[in-house]
Design a protein around this ligand. Structure first.
Ligand SMILES: *Cc1c(COP(=O)(O)O)cnc(C)c1O
Length: 491
């Protein structure tokens, strides 16, 4: 027999299959009140299972405890600080969750006649307008399911634009600081990727773009602020170079949390941008759950937006499918609607000034972290940063301590490790994004933990090699876990 409580009242929990006890059940089905039929008369024998499915047989309380216990092992923004750079893991106010759960939204069927879905259409239409205002674009589609999906959407529209003019272009310029999804999306949309290096201070120079921009280049794809947390300050000059050769400027807007109300990407020369509602606009991000990656475009690309579009005529909203130049449909129905509800509610609740303040505080928090840690961790670029800052393990490496060791040790101190080893341009990168929702006390306690770990790196580096020490599962062999995943219970 095993005893459940492993650490205080944090329970051990085996696989649900190991809780199996034949004949045990959590439900009591009502007696059958229709004539029983032989299965083989209903389903062809070749499609029938040989035996029982092998589902675990457990009682209701077994099932409830199983999932509740596993949930208690989980870590999320609701449990603690989660400073993942490039991901904007901020706290999402619960009021927006509550609004997204209103029955009028959750019980709406996607095939409901337009006349009975006017409220939903209005919400989507207004959300499009808000996102246009925030990004400085002329039109927005809400269809894509996530950031990468939005990138694909934007690039397909750019490809369609050139194809339409019978002058297809084949290349997309992407800086070395880009998120991996940028080259992947470009490739999927049929483009060849032309890499370009950021200059000494971590941002793109106009001359670097001038050197590679030509008339076979469909777009420059950049991220602003970039993944080093730096604002691409030459963006207007760079955009002018791209435009002069007839290309488009695509901005990966995943880092919008740093510029809301401070800079409109459209004013900076951007022609296409995807926004990650699950980062900036109050949908929990990182659980692998549904996301939403609306794409904003300038007038020139508007005809290519996915169908259907929402039209407002008088007080009536309708869906327009007849769009001869559209790239088509990217998703069933209209996109991930409940995420749009959260974003709408968040924007309405915050207001323009509130959004601007969120960005300002996000920048302030990141710079506070940077200044207080820059003597402890090597700073990749000692520049004022935007919403995130990038350190490395250069100083600790002298004692044989790596970014991975420090990341694992942070877990012992109750912090989710930041993003590590990204962006690739900084060896041993530690990328911290505190976001606007963390308090000064939380930032200080994180800083304290990093300083303690630095002291440990000097005094007892071997201890860090074994971290985490206090978790249920100790350091895992991540390479092996990725190469030889064991996903099936061998009962
Ligand atoms: C998160 C992120 C993406 C991808 O967004 P998904 O919603 O995860 O597909 C792209 N670019 C940057 C800079 C990001 O941070």
């Amino acid at each position: 027999m095993t005893i459940d409580g492993a650490k205080g009242l944090i329970m051990d929990e085996p696989l649900i299959f190991e809780r199996n006890s034949e004949g045990r059940s959590g439900v009591l089905p009502a007696p059958c009140d229709v004539p029983e039929a032989d299965l083989e008369s209903l389903i062809p024998k070749s499609l029938l299972r040989d035996g029982a499915a092998g589902f675990p047989e457990v009682s209701e309380i077994d099932a409830v405890r199983h999932y509740t216990r596993l949930s208690q092992w989980n870590f999320g923004v609701d449990t603690g600080f989660y400073p993942l750079g490039s991901c904007t893991m901020k706290y999402n106010p619960k009021v927006n969750e509550a609004v997204s759960r209103l029955e009028g939204f959750t019980m709406l069927h996607p095939y409901q006649p337009e006349a009975l879905a006017q409220g939903a259409l209005r919400l989507m239409h207004e959300l499009e307008a808000y996102l246009c205002e925030i990004s400085g674009m002329d039109a927005v589609t809400l269809q894509p399911s996530a950031g990468a999906h939005g990138e694909l959407c934007g690039l397909l529209m750019i490809a369609a634009y050139f194809k339409d003019r019978k002058r297809p272009r084949h290349k997309v310029i992407i800086p070395d600081t880009a998120h991996g999804t940028n080259p992947a999306s470009s490739h999927l949309a049929g483009f060849k990727v032309v890499p370009v290096k950021s200059e000494g201070k971590g941002v793109l120079s106009a001359s670097a773009i001038e050197a590679v921009m030509d008339e076979d280049t469909a777009a420059l794809m950049l991220t602003n602020p970039n993944t080093l947390g730096l604002f691409e300050r030459n963006i207007k000059e760079i955009a002018a170079i791209v435009h002069k050769k007839g290309g488009f400027v695509y901005c990966d807007g995943a880092n919008l949390n740093a510029v809301m109300g401070l800079a409109k990407l459209g004013d900076l020369g951007v022609d296409v941008v995807q926004l990650n509602l699950h980062k900036t606009f109050s949908t929990p991000h990182g659980g692998g759950g549904p996301g939403s990656g609306p794409v904003g475009v300038r007038k020139a690309l508007e005809p290519y937006l996915p169908a259907p579009r929402i039209r407002k005529a008088g007080k009536k909203y309708s869906l327009v499918y007849d769009r001869p130049r559209t790239i088509g449909r990217l998703k069933a129905f209209y996109g991930n609607f409940s995420i749009m509800v959260r974003a709408y509610s968040y924007i309405r609740r915050m207001g323009g000034e509130g959004l601007k303040r969120a960005s300002i505080v996000a920048i302030l928090n990141a710079n506070y972290m940077k200044e207080r840690l820059k003597d402890t961790l090597s700073l990749a670029f000692d520049e004022p940063c935007m919403h995130e800052c990038v350190f490395s393990d250069k100083l600790q490496a002298e004692n044989g301590v790596t970014t991975m060791d420090m990341a694992k040790r942070l877990i012992d101190y109750g912090f989710h490790p930041p993003t590590v080893y990204f962006p690739l341009v900084v060896p041993g990168a530690i990328m911290v994004e505190p976001t606007e929702t963390e308090t000064l006390e939380t930032l200080d306690s994180f800083i304290e933990a990093v300083k303690k770990i630095d002291a440990e790196a000097k005094a007892s580096p071997e201890l860090l090699k074994n971290a985490p020490l206090n978790t249920k599962v100790r350091r895992v062999d991540e390479t092996r876990a990725a190469r030889e995943p064991v996903l099936r219970w061998k009962g």
